[in-house]
Structures are given as C-alpha cells and as structure tokens.
Design a binder for this molecule. Structure first.
Ligand SMILES: [Fe+2]
Length: 360
C-alpha cells in the first residue's frame, strides 16, 4: 500500500483503504478500482490523497495507531457533544458520557503502541474539519503524553482537554468561523475568545478536572509569551496546553482547508522543529518529532541520487533517514530493491529531497 496525493490519483488505481463521507457513509471500500467520477468526488470532499494498492507497493502494510472505526465513532460522538452544547444543553456529565468510552479505548490503544514511531497520513475531509481535527489532536497529544511517561488516568484527562480544546468555537458565529477568506481584525479578535469561552463553559458545567479545562484555556499560549489569552510564557503554561499547542498546529498545517493546500508531514515537522523555544516548548517539539514520522510509511519520496521509492520503515532517532523501497531510477521503473538510509553504508550522503511528484 502507498499514499498517493490527490492530484496524482488516476482512474484504474485500486484503493488500499476504505473511504468514508461526512456522515460516516462508506464511499469506497478498500480494493476497489477507482473510476474518474470518484476522483472528482474525492477532490470535492477535500481528501489530501488516498492509499492505493499496486504491484510497486506490495507487501507494505500501514499500521494504524488507532483502529479506524474507533476514530470514526469518536468523531461522531464529539460532533454530537458539540451540537448539544451549541444548543445550550448544559447538563453536567451527560455529554462527556457520550465519548468517555471511546476516549478510554483510544488511551488503551495508544498505550499498547507506545514504543512505535507513528506513521500518520490523515485521510480527512473538509466538512467535518473541526471534529476530525479534535480527534486527531487527541490521538497525537496522547502519543506525546505516553512518550513523556504519563500514566493512564493523566492521559485520559489530557485526552479530555484535547478533544474539547476548541469547544469554545460553538459560541462563535458560524458565518465568521467558516469564512473562506482572510479574517478582519475584529473577527480574529472574536475567534480568539474561543479558548476562554470553552474554559468558562467547561469549568461551570462539565465536572471535568481542572487540569483539563486549564489545558483548554491555554492551548493558544506560546512558549515565548506571544500567545493568547493571557500572554503567559514557559513554565507558567500547563503541560497539557504545551502538548496540545504542538499537536493542534501540526494537524492544522497538514489539513487541506478551503483557502489553502495542506503541508506535507515533513514540511509541518520542519515548522515544529524550527519553532521549539519560540512558539513551542522545545521539549514538546523534540518529543513530537521523535514520535511522528516526517516521511510516514507508504509515502513516495525522491532521493538525491535520482531515485524514487516508498518509505517502508522509520527509525525514532533518525527520522529523516528511513528505509526505502526503491522503485524508479532516473525517472524509469527499476527492479525494486531496498535502501536503508540509516544503516546501509552505500546510502551515506544520500538524502530525501522531497515527495514524489507524479505529474512530472
Ligand atoms: Fe483553538
């Protein structure tokens, strides 16, 4: 299986994973031959790309950090929760019950996979951005939290903060939130109130632990004090908020939005590495980059020796030097062979120069 960016999908390719629509309906099962009409549909929905199965990628399996069905169920339950709160239903605990079971299962799966380097290319659609984003931020935050050694109950509380970090957006007018163009200054100021509004709501109504709602309040604070709402810096920012700050930005940057294209995982990771000490706590930025692969398994990459291949394995401490299955040399198909950028002596001096561009 390999990941093919949306503009490189061609009719006749075979899906490697199932694709679902905005109401969790099955659009395409795995193993289905893609028709031209589906390509248009997938583009409209806002997928960055999809996984395909072909001879070149045979034998490459993409392991999920959390089971996809669990992810969709959590998306659905968080969507219900946001809707209830948006309608003014504030019965304490009731809405947390809707997703606590799913959150417990996510914590369990993250803990079971705690030693793995995470290969994430998210298959995400525009319409439900907020909900998919909340769940992705949760999974990524729990991965960072587990790697920092947090215990199960602390991880659950971190998960609550991450799932609900943008809950305050239900109190911001939809016309402003969904505006497809650049915000006016006054609109941006209003959007910035979401962290305080979410905090206040959760503090007054939810019964969730203080650590969790303080994480919500502070998730836009920056390590150097340039964030909001309180412009606090460094040690004054809570651990949960410092973790969510990194994962929130990573997931936002790698998402395709109506007004811009998505960054690749490697571009987003480069941004995070470059912003440790300013935007982010350097410890969180390092921890994140040790766990999340910039060139996830299944990604097609170009190498500096004019070859192209598919990433088949990542190494925690050498994230820019994965093992690659070479499938093209000088632009022409070749008999596949493996090149381990980390371990092969012959690979010294060879670097990844970027993602494959199949249009070229
Ligand atoms: Fe936010």
């Amino acid at each position: 299986m390999r990941f093919v960016p949306i503009n490189c999908i061609k009719a006749g390719m075979k899906t490697g994973k199932k694709l679902v629509g905005k109401n969790d309906e099955l659009l395409l099962n795995s193993g289905v031959v893609i028709q031209q009409s589906f390509i248009t549909k997938i583009k409209e929905l806002g997928y960055n790309g999809i996984y395909i199965d072909d001879d070149l990628s045979e034998g490459i399996e993409i392991d999920e950090i959390i089971n996809e069905d669990l992810k969709y169920k959590t998306v659905k339950s968080i969507k219900d929760t946001f809707a209830k709160i948006g309608k003014g239903k504030t019965d304490s605990f009731e809405y947390i019950d809707g997703f606590s079971e799913h959150l417990n299962l996510i914590v369990k799966e993250v803990l079971e996979n705690r030693d793995a380097m995470v290969n994430i290319i998210d298959l995400k659609i525009f319409d439900d951005y907020t909900f998919y984003h909340s769940v992705n931020v949760t999974v990524l935050s729990l991965i960072v939290g587990a790697s920092l050694g947090l215990n199960k109950s602390t991880l659950y509380n971190l998960g609550l903060a991450a799932l609900l970090h943008d809950i305050g957006k239900v109190f911001i007018p939809k016309e402003i939130l969904n505006k497809p163009s650049v915000f006016e200054k006054s609109e941006f100021e209003l959007i910035k109130t979401h962290s305080e509004k979410g905090f206040q709501f959760l503090k007054d109504n939810s019964g969730i632990p203080a650590h969790s709602y303080i994480g919500v309040l502070q998730h836009h604070e920056r390590f150097d004090g340039s964030g909001y709402p309180m412009c606090i810096e460094g040690k004054k920012i809570s651990l949960f908020a410092k973790i969510i700050a990194v994962t929130d930005v990573y997931d936002a940057l790698t998402s395709r939005r109506p007004y811009r294209e998505a960054m690749t995982p490697s571009e987003a990771i480069e941004y995070i590495m470059g912003s440790g000490g300013t935007h982010f706590d350097p410890k969180m930025a390092v921890c994140f980059t040790q766990k999340v692969a910039p060139y996830p398994k299944g990604t097609c990459v170009n190498l500096s020796n004019n070859t192209m291949g598919i990433v088949v394995e990542n190494y925690r401490d050498y994230c820019l030097r994965p093992k690659v299955k070479i499938i093209k040399e000088n632009g022409k198909k070749t008999e596949p062979y493996y090149l381990d950028l980390c371990k092969d002596m012959s690979a010294l001096g060879i670097t990844i120069t970027g993602m494959e561009d199949e249009k070229a």
